[in-house]
Ligand binder design. Sequence first.
Ligand code: TXA
Ligand code: MG
Length: 355
Amino acid sequence: MATILTPSADNVKRAADALLRGELVGMPTETVYGLAANAFDAAAVARIFAAKDRPSFDPLIVHVVRPAGPLEREVLSGLEDQGVVEVSRLPQLARERADVLLRRFWPGPLTLALPRGRMIPDLVTSGLDTVAIRMPSHPVAQALLKSAAIPLAAPSANRFGRISPTTAAHVVAELGDRIGIVLDGGASTVGVESTVVAIASDGTLTLLRPGGVSVEAIEATASVRLARAPVTTAPGVPAASPGTSAVHYAPRTPLHLLPGPDALPRAASCVGLIGVFASPAAVAEVTEEVRRRYGVPVVVRALTECGDLEEAARNLFTSLRELDAGDVSVILAAPPGGNEGLALAIADRLRRASR
Ligand code: TXA
Ligand code: MG
């Protein structure tokens, strides 16, 4: 069974040594917990796919350390020198847009897909010409990256297609029998994964996955609109971001977006209600509506009772996990209205948890 370690200097060193030996480590980040391996070591990266039961067409994000000095242009040059990216292949406009975004949002929940460097194995990118890069802000992730002094490939530390972990205990519940160490960095403060953006040679920015940084903030910083990648593609057509499959984050309990099905399965005696609410009165009103409609008790997990989207994002995966572990036979979800701020990411995760 995996050991949960407090992030003391000794334990961070122990985790870094494990990574350098090619082992996997559960790593806290501000978005969700990651399952980390040496991004330069194809055999170690293969262990990630095996531990997660993850198909090899779904590429990984490479996490990089924050340099000691200010975040100037040197970040990308430094990553190019290490063979992580090859941004010199990008024309000036595209390169400048990457610089502006990383200066504003790194370290933090933004991932950029950039031309791939020579040291990154095929398995990390699923053979794509680009590599997804992120500089996490979590101090324990940064300490680990610094101690290991290698970039770390890390998907979310859940079994493939299941709910992302936001605590060390969640990682043990998902992968405890398959990994040795989880560093405990407390509950993730953002609670949804990073926003993934691709930068094309002509400077076009495409949103591949909504996440912890809002579309408005990215558009305001880059002074350009984000193009949208289709969420699903026709069979045989490669997806812009292979991991954006329609079903993901799936609880074991069936989840439906409200208004929900006409009738419940015959055995259903209790319904779970999860969602974003504007006020305690709104929680009571929707709960009563669901109770009246189906005539069964309702267990409520309000992600927020006051329309606070950051609070809702922070609670999302833990609340889904709790409902999934409880006695409810159906989960109904009330996604946030609108597309502002974190609403897009929360609605995206609830939609992909639904069936
Ligand atoms: O917040 C996060 O991003 C977390 C933490 C651990 O950093 N990581 C995470 O990784 O969510 P994962 O593997 O669950 O999701 C990675 C996403 C997938 O949708 C994948 O398709 C996309 O990033 N991706 C990775 N490399 C890509 C690339 N070169 N081009 C396009 N999409 C890419
Ligand atoms: Mg994931």
